[in-house]
Design a protein around this ligand. Structure first.
Ligand code: 4NP
Length: 155
């Protein structure tokens, strides 16, 4: 899960996805990173921590790190929050195999009508709640798709 700062959107995405993967009983690892170096080593934005807590998830211990080309070797799928993240991440791709791993996350659930997860950094609590709601729905959809793929493999 990748955004710009790794302090607002992607920590929420990481924690929500981890929770969904547990609910779906899917043994898949998830992590998050930012394309920028602005907040390396910092915990999530206090507003993201508060919003997550309000929604029953603890992200207070997560720490921001910067995305690097090494992540292409560590992960099969890289979900980015917006087009700017997409451009920054694919710019680090070493080949087509790397760039094919990168997906704009809202494209996984088009019925929600969002092309990206809006950056809440200059927003208010309602903007953080929108981020949470979008990520909650799209992560659920991604897990359902994973589950379906496993069912197809096993039958
Ligand atoms: P994020 O939000 O990419 O969702 O973590 C932002 C965090 C920090 C900044 C911008 C967006 N910043 O400019 O420092």
């Amino acid at each position: 899960m990748v955004c710009l700062g790794n302090i607002c959107r992607s920590p929420l995405a990481e924690a929500i996805m981890r929770e969904k993967l547990k609910q779906f009983n899917l043994p898949i690892a998830v992590d998050s990173a930012g394309t920028s170096n602005y907040h390396i080593g910092e915990n999530p934005d206090s507003r993201s921590i508060a919003n997550a807590a309000k929604n029953g998830i603890d992200i207070s211990q997560l720490k921001a790190r910067q995305f690097s080309a090494h992540d292409f070797d560590q992960f099969d799928l890289i979900y980015v929050m917006d087009e700017s993240n997409y451009n920054n991440v694919t710019a680090l791709a070493r080949d087509e195999n790397d760039s094919n791993k990168v997906r704009i996350i809202m494209n996984e659930h088009e019925a929600l009508g969002y092309t990206h997860v809006p950056d809440p950094y200059f927003g208010k609590e309602k903007d953080f709640q929108l981020v949470f709601d979008l990520l909650d729905k799209v992560c659920e959809k991604i897990c359902r798709n994973f589950q379906q793929q496993l069912t197809n493999i096993n039958h």
